[in-house]
Ligand binder design. Structure first.
Ligand code: GUN
Ligand code: FE
Length: 425
């Protein structure tokens, strides 16, 4: 049952891409899981609701991770001297093959879910593996956790070791259909998302079948795009009919423009034409700055995407990225944008704290609907933060305290968490 209550504290959320809305000692009202807004005084109309007084703590919307690989959680921080394609072959594929074993999946997915649960994220779009039983196990665990997620059974029928490759396009598509039918109505806050890994690991035949499945079930799509220079050259060889990487997805029927949105992670090297097509088709760019640094992919031009009105959110991309917290992705997004501005292209200004916070809340939240804000009508996802473990002699205002919570990205600061009005802890 959804709850109705009021949280009192120092409330902070994005008014828009550039500005924060801060009310110290304010009241955030939740009725049946939906925000009724934030007020400087307790409104008479809601005086019958229970009030939780968070004192001097901060209250922010839950953070949104638009791209994370749950089965890669065990090898975070390993193999980071390799570039993307070598890292996939050496670390990722051998590890993902272990999820054929449900006992292993059970242990590993417990670690992943517990980690996300204790941090500031309330929503996530998650890659699992090709294995249907382990993917369903992950979905069961996420549903029990109270988090709100999309989970994808991965599709791969070429260019990966035989032990992980699906038998052929028909088997991959049939397994996917069965999995969607078994999960699409099974849960309250865990949903399937179509997940072709990326063009190099899916034949055209499979992609076309997945496009038909997408149209039949109207579920969203997630994949990878223009992450690494060698990967992009490879896609051109594999799909000689395509004008650019995103055009290959588009010609195969999996690049937005549908009733449900498409997420494309990375977009480090998107051309003008690719950017134009993403905008036209409403494709989300998922910026994964830590992963782009760890596996030497590059520095995505996020400022350009924002200037051009593309939808953008943040992703941890574990295990390309090491930490699930989207606070860390916010800090990395700012830092990478500074390096890009000073070393590559000074026409693209660095991101501000306000912009990074927007990307990790409202920007990514839009994928889930009205999510990422306390404005009236938004789903009430809230995180209560205590920063007393970050010592200082200074008197800081709420914006400054938020800035430090972002830069230090420490799950110990998360005191309690609500998703759509459900209290997780
Ligand atoms: N491209 C295809 N698969 C992957 C993956 O697992 N991680 C990253 N970062 N890029 C990919
Ligand atoms: Fe990824």
């Amino acid at each position: 049952m959804k709850k109705s209550f009021v949280l009192k504290g120092n409330i902070c959320y994005s008014k828009n891409q550039k500005e924060l809305y801060i009310i110290d000692g304010g009241y955030a009202v939740c009725v049946d899981g939906i925000s009724k807004g934030v007020f400087p005084e307790m409104p008479e109309k809601y005086s019958n609701l229970p009030i939780k007084d968070c004192g001097n703590q901060l209250i922010i919307p839950g953070l949104v991770d638009l791209h994370v690989h749950a089965p890669q959680f065990p090898f975070r921080g390993l193999g980071m001297d390799m570039e993307l394609l070598e890292w996939l072959e050496t670390n990722t594929f051998p590890e993902e093959s272990k999820y054929a074993d449900l006992d292993y999946a059970n242990r590993a997915y417990d670690l992943f879910v517990q980690d996300v649960l204790k941090g500031p994220n309330t929503r996530a779009c998650i890659f699992a593996t090709v294995h249907v039983p382990a993917t369903e196990l992950l979905m069961d665990k996420l549903e029990d956790s109270g988090l709100n997620t999309y989970v994808g059974k991965v599709n791969m029928d070429r260019n990966c070791p035989e032990y992980l490759r699906e038998k052929d396009a028909s088997v991959s598509a049939a397994d996917t259909k069965k999995w969607i039918e078994g999960t699409i109505h099974k849960y309250d806050h865990t949903k399937p998302i179509l997940t072709p890994r990326f063009i190099p690991s899916c034949t055209d035949e499979l992609m076309k079948m997945l496009s038909e499945i997408q149209r039949e079930y109207e579920i969203p799509v997630q994949s990878h795009l223009s992450e690494n220079r060698k990967e992009i050259a490879w896609v051109q060889e594999l799909c000689p009919y395509s004008r650019f990487y995103g055009d290959a997805y588009d010609k195969l029927g999996l690049f937005g423009g549908m009733k449900t949105p498409t997420l494309m992670a990375h977009c480090v090297y998107s051309s003008e034409e690719e950017i134009h097509l993403m905008k036209e088709n409403g494709v989300y760019v998922v910026h994964c700055p830590q992963s782009n640094t760890n596996v030497s992919s590059g520095m995505a031009p996020v400022r350009q995407y924002l200037n051009e009105g593309i939808k953008v959110g943040l992703g941890s991309d574990v295990a390309g990225g090491g930490e699930t917290s989207i606070f860390r992705a916010m800090a990395d997004a700012i830092q990478v944008s500074k390096l890009r501005a000073c070393c590559v292209d000074d026409s693209l200004e660095q991101l501000t704290v306000e912009e990074a916070f927007y990307l990790g809340t409202l920007g990514g939240g839009a994928f889930f609907g009205n999510v990422g804000s306390f404005a009236p009508g938004y789903e009430f996802d809230a995180v209560v933060l205590d920063d007393t473990n970050i010592p200082t002699t200074l008197e800081l205002n709420t914006k400054q305290r938020l800035e430090r919570l972002i830069y230090f990205s420490d799950d110990r600061n998360v005191i309690s968490k609500y998703v759509n009005g459900r209290k997780l802890f």
